[in-house]
Write a protein that binds this ligand. Structure first.
Ligand code: GDP
Length: 423
């Protein structure tokens, strides 16, 4: 049925807890769900053997009636592959009579084509319906939203304030963005929701990694049925990419390891840096490198360091989105970049770094102070005396000295210059 896959995804655990419920001989799936600060319990009544033909009506009717009596809300799960299923119709008949809220979840709606082709299920009754996919997580966030809306009794809980990392995966078409997304969704029990007010090609994918919630906005869109001509997308995609970067904390630029950089990559990375975003480089498709992998890794690192010399601090991770290789290290770097972006360097350390830099470099003579004024990303202020503004290379020198002590991998840092007189 695939129902337990959906169930597990909703409760966000690897396995649903099976607990015997009084009055039944059968163990039932039971789980607790917390969504947007509200908590509710979910029980799978599954008390019906859908394959056994005999007495099915009676059994089913009983199970459904009990569920209706006990529950505050009924989640009616049907299988997309089984339109016009007689058992569903029977269940629907009972559900149409209840005054309790019923939400119809059309499971196994694994792609856009299927989502759009779910109308027929509305014949089951006037239920709120959501197309979902337990396997891929599609629609599960929307389903939870609907449940919460209809469940006034859901307890408000103190949600542990976990910070969310907004992550944008960018890169030119065909580098493997959707593949990476799907690999992560498959592995992480991600909750996938449509972004309110947008079409379904903009979705967020939420999952946990290293104790952090990562909120990934999919700019590639979900896999579309058939490919749309790229040139029509091209115009639109720069705008989408820029918006995704603006809304993010960290950007992963994906590069096809068999092709290298394209000119727009450096451009877009320049913007990401300028806007103060964390950056991680993901070199994809290394499964195609075959035996010379080690050589190619060394060559690629040298090549990227040369071409992207304005972001020497961006970590490079070699992955295969398709073969599920090195995805965790990639996400580790995302978390590190996020944390580094928040760093406030202790005042004493900063003074020491500054003094040392001045000692080592005569040209910093006119620079009189260095302080960190804010973070996210770290921004410093350097004051100078005299008429002549110190050259940018001097600021880079200071940046390097800071990074010798605090590498701050994955995040840009900025040093603003202020004339002492202006201060
Ligand atoms: P997007 O346009 O950036 O979202 O790229 P897709 O995810 O659609 O991938 C484009 C093509 O590259 C597809 O045919 C994928 O199967 C393939 N692909 C993606 N990742 C990998 C990978 O790690 N290894 C290999 N060999 N192929 C990949």
């Amino acid at each position: 049925m695939g129902k337990s896959t959906l169930f597990n995804r909703l409760i966000g655990k690897k396995e649903a807890i099976e607990s015997p419920i009084a009055g039944t001989t059968r163990d039932r799936l039971y789980g607790e769900v917390v969504w947007h600060g509200k908590k509710f319990n979910i029980i799978d009544i599954a008390g019906v053997d859908y394959n056994g033909k005999e007495e099915i009506d009676l059994n089913m009717q009983e199970s459904v009636n009990t569920a209706i009596e006990q529950a505050d809300l009924i989640l009616f799960i049907v299988d997309w592959n089984e339109k016009n299923n007689e058992h569903d119709k029977l269940i629907a008949r009972s559900l149409r009579k209840t005054t309790k809220p019923v939400i119809l979840a059309i499971n196994k709606a694994d792609n856009m084509e299927r989502i759009q082709d779910s109308e027929e299920f509305n014949r089951l009754g006037n239920f709120i319906s959501v197309a979902v996919s337990g396997i891929s997580g599609i629609g599960t966030g929307d389903l939870l939203d609907e449940i919460i809306k209809k469940l006034p009794k859901a307890k408000i809980v103190e949600e542990k304030k976990t910070e969310e990392i907004n992550l944008a995966i960018i890169g030119r078409p065909n580098v493997g963005k959707s593949t990476l997304l799907n690999t992560i969704i498959g592995e992480k029990r991600a909750i996938v929701s449509a972004i309110p007010g947008t079409t379904r090609d903009r979705v967020t994918v939420k999952f946990m990694h290293k104790g952090m919630t990562i909120n990934m906005v999919d700019t590639a869109g979900m896999r579309r049925p058939g490919k749309i001509k790229w040139d029509s997308i091209e115009k639109f995609s720069l705008f989408r990419t820029e918006r995704a970067i603006r809304e993010s904390d960290v950007v992963v630029l994906m590069i096809d390891g068999t092709e290298g950089l394209v000119s727009s990559d450096a451009n877009i990375l320049g913007k990401a840096k300028e806007w103060g975003k964390g950056v991680v480089l993901g070199i994809n498709k290394i499964d195609l490198w075959g035996e010379r992998k080690e050589d190619k890794i060394a060559i690629t690192i040298a090549y990227l360091q040369r071409k992207l010399n304005f972001i020497p601090w961006a970590p490079i991770v070699f992955i295969s989105a398709e073969a599920d290789e090195n995805i965790a290290p990639l996400l580790n770097q995302v978390v590190t970049a996020y944390k580094n972006r928040l760093v406030m360097i202790p005042e004493g350390d900063l003074q020491q770094i500054f003094e040392q830099a001045k000692n080592d470099n005569q040209q910093l003579e006119n620079v009189t102070s260095l302080t960190q004024k804010r973070t996210k990303p770290p921004i410093f202020t350097a004051t100078y005396k005299g008429r002549k503004e110190p050259h940018q290379t001097q600021m880079r020198y200071i940046e390097n000295k800071i990074r010798d002590v605090y590498p701050l991998n994955g995040t840009p840092i900025f040093i603003d210059l202020i004339s002492k007189r202006a201060k």
